[in-house]
Design a protein around this ligand. Sequence first.
Ligand code: TRP
Length: 341
Amino acid sequence: MDNTNNVSNINKKKIILSGIQPSGNLNIGTYFGAIKNWVNLQNDYINYFCVVDMHAITVRQEPAQLRRRSLEVAATYIACGIDPGICTLFIQSHVPAHAQLSWVLSCYSMFGELSRMTQFKEKSEQHTDNINAGLFTYPVLMAADILIYNAHLVPVGADQKQHLELARDIAVRFNSVYGDVFTIPEPYIPKDGAKIYSLQEPDKKMSKSDSANENSSVFIMDKKDDIIRKFKRAVTDSEAEVRFAGGKDGINNLMSIYSCATGKNFDETEKEFAGRGYGDFKLAVGEAVAEVLAPIQKRFYELMDNKDVLEKILRDGADKAAYAANKTLSKVYKKIGFLQI
Ligand code: TRP
């Protein structure tokens, strides 16, 4: 990088990118753990938020459902407070440069390192009938998503950290051959980003699919009655004390959720529910969550009723994203020796 570049980069906002797969219904774990943090960050960064539909097809999707969910995830981003006036919001498959860069990067990714990805190993065990090459090269496409915008920061959950490390390794490898082409991205694990667990098996992450047990996950679009019911049935322990402690995974999880929904810390919650049973507490958590979700749901349904507006936002987002992505792609094509005419 030359000096003029260095100077012009001072005071420049950093770039953030993240994405969610439209492969299930979004739950409160995704809201409290991811989207809510993006909303808090959006004023301080240049933001790219995408719906990663191309990643979703690494496992079989029903086409009509994938289409619907892609739009729903985009609407959910906005309903949760992502401002399309500040952020570039788009659907991954609308920006072909991701796939184009992914091919190039796959030639700079090693079979051995991809074989070591824990998510690949897990997913190939879950989908033994469909261990496709896309499942294997999934992290390369993710690296392309990130590197094509020269993202500095990538907010991800702990389960994606290994993929981010790989994206860094690919970027470093490419740069060592061709010079400073890619920004080396950093994972961004927000300080107040909470990890939300299943209400039925509180040692497991709250899942996007409702197939397992319908009381395990609270979805962003759940109706109030369902939310209350799910919290009422949440697995706790044989004590009756609302207290954050070892061996109390269920209560700890409910306390985290309560804290996300109300802003109250654990001390305050322990005091508030001292001498009261779990029943009271579960009801309070359910009501607090329902209250947070109500305005999000309202905005979501308004957006889904105005598909033209939503589609225009996504078209504009894809245009803006493509402009930035194509710049990086041209640079890469030139560096590796693709003929320019
Ligand atoms: N793999 C991520 C997940 O399942 C989704 C994703 C795809 C992503 N591309 C990304 C996340 C780029 C952050 C940045 O959670």
